[in-house]
Design a binder for this molecule. Structure first.
Ligand SMILES: [Zn+2]
Length: 509
């Protein structure tokens, strides 16, 4: 009786509200964007419409371009694309240090995903840190993941290969607690410490917790070398039996050619056909960037003592490094990005110091002495991967990293992959940078230009989009976005930034 009365009441209210909007709309909107060419983020063809924003929300999309409205601000978007803001599923940076995140805003990114590669802030309870981020008002929205490596450390499991029952229980509790605080999932960084010590059973147990909490595992897989990438993806697919899984920055180190790209995609597609929810992201460059430890063998890294390794196994280490670097396209393909050799490649440093590059690595840099860009990817292979419908775009960049991807990934997709190379349509590119990313992360009310969704929006002429960052000058802001709105507020406009910051720390229910 009570419910039927309530539904009758709801019906009446609906009739009243419909009555209002079908006649004259006397709402005073915050923003009225006229004549926009809408690309809605679903991959569907663009269409012309007027878009109305109120209280940070897209409240109306009107295809009748003659219809009049009243609003505090009006913009004529004739000839321009209006799309959802880009979502970066793999980003780096500290919102408490650089809350502006201008590098992301300038390239149209309105939401970034932090806590990557197995590392999140080292807090047993993330809620305090998240509240601190709330209080600084980040420049972009932030979705958090908790890192598996961090959980290993916080639980005291650290470098143990097989955690004790108590250790595993503690890891699961930390993971559950992170979900209670609104994270979107767990990242693993199995190529890094101490995640590299973990085995199948532990990862499965944790995957179950992620699944129970409707989360996602994003993984920097165990080994991205061409000979190992298949096994590493299979290892992740095993966790995919318990929860959706996602390969971070999909690549094959020193693999070559389109056919090899297709083989890797086949592995993802067949898992998908078997019912595993698998996706991946990718940044559009042929060089990776990470700590130089990536070229050193396990036995020369923590918890082992590097000095002792050099004292006792130097020739073995020299041989390992020589082979590893040659396999990774030689010393000229390793560009040092931090420390005293920043900006020089390993070949140049070796000539300057007049010693073999492996000795430079051992004697002058060491496994923790620098970060670097490594030109180890093949254009044909990567361009095959990026076209898959399972692959969205990420930057894997930060405001400070010495790699152009942190300033240019998203514009490069439009400028090079759409306009120049015609790899796919602009609609598909936008889908890969918005709707697909949101769907993968289960981000609610973002990633599409749709009524009821948050007003994270971009206005631009695709011909004007320009990536200006280079390997030599990686910190140059992208150009071409006429408007970047976050939660309904204009955060950037033609290279100028608003005084305020309008991003939010997002929390998953
Ligand atoms: Zn990574």
């Amino acid at each position: 009786m009570k419910t039927s009365f309530l539904s009758f009441l709801a019906f009446c209210l609906m009739m009243i509200s419909c009555g209002q909007t079908s006649g004259n709309d006397d709402t005073n909107y915050d923003l009225w964007i006229k004549n926009a060419q809408v690309i809605d983020g679903t991959g569907a063809d663009s269409y012309t419409a007027q878009v109305l924003i109120l209280d940070g929300e897209i409240v109306k999309i009107e295809k009748d371009t003659e219809k009049q409205f009243s609003a505090k601000e009006e913009i004529d978007a004739e000839g321009k694309i209006l799309s959802p803001g880009f979502i970066d599923t793999h980003a780096h940076g500290d919102p408490l240090e650089t809350p502006e995140f201008k590098n992301f805003l300038a390239m149209g990114v309105t939401t970034i995903t932090l806590g990557q590669d197995g590392y999140s802030p080292k807090k047993k309870d993330l809620s305090g840190w998240m509240k601190e981020v709330d209080s600084v008002n980040p420049g972009v929205n932030i979705a958090m993941f908790v890192g598996h490596n961090t959980i290993r450390r916080l639980s005291g499991v650290n470098y143990e290969k097989f955690p004790s029952e108590k250790g595993l229980e503690e890891m699961k509790n930390l993971l559950k607690k992170a979900f209670d605080n609104g994270i979107f999932g767990m990242t693993t960084g199995l190529e890094y410490n101490p995640g590299s010590f973990s085995e199948k059973e532990e990862l499965e147990e944790l995957a179950k917790v992620v699944g129970e909490n409707d989360g996602l595992i994003m993984s920097h897989i165990r080994n991205e070398d061409d000979s190992e990438v298949g096994n590493s993806i299979r290892e992740l697919l095993n966790q995919g039996k318990c929860t959706p899984v996602h390969v971070s920055h999909l690549k094959s180190v020193y693999g070559k050619g389109q056919d090899r790209g297709r083989e890797i995609l086949k592995l993802l597609d067949s898992a998908k056909n078997e019912g595993i929810q698998i996706t991946a992201d990718l940044y559009p460059y042929n060089a990776s960037y990470t700590g130089i430890a990536i070229v050193f063998p396990e036995w020369a890294k923590k918890p082992n003592d590097f000095e002792e390794v050099v004292a006792t196994r130097k020739s073995e280490l020299q041989e390992f490094l020589r082979y590893k670097i040659e396999q990774r396209n030689g010393p000229e393909a390793t560009l040092i990005g931090s420390g005293k050799f920043a900006g020089k490649n390993l070949k140049e440093i070796s000539e300057e110091l007049n010693k073999p590059f492996e000795d430079v690595l051992i004697e002058d840099i060491g496994p923790y002495g620098a970060g670097g860009a490594y030109f180890i990817m093949d254009e044909g292979l990567q361009k095959t991967l990026v076209q898959s419908d399972l692959v969205n775009i990420c930057s894997d960049g930060s405001p400070s990293m010495r790699h152009p991807r942190g300033y240019g990934s998203f514009p490069k997709i439009i400028e090079t992959y759409v306009n120049k190379d015609k790899l796919f349509s602009l609609e598909k590119a936008i889908y890969k940078m918005t709707g697909l990313a949101a769907k993968t992360m289960k981000l609610e009310n973002r990633g599409l230009l749709k009524e009821g969704y948050r007003a994270d929006l971009l206005l631009f002429d695709p011909k004007e989009i320009e990536e200006t960052a280079t390997y030599e000058k990686p910190h140059q802001l992208a150009k071409g976005f006429d408007g970047v709105w976050i939660n309904g507020k204009r955060a950037a406009q033609n290279g100028k930034f608003a005084e305020g910051r309008f991003g939010e720390m997002l929390r998953k229910d």
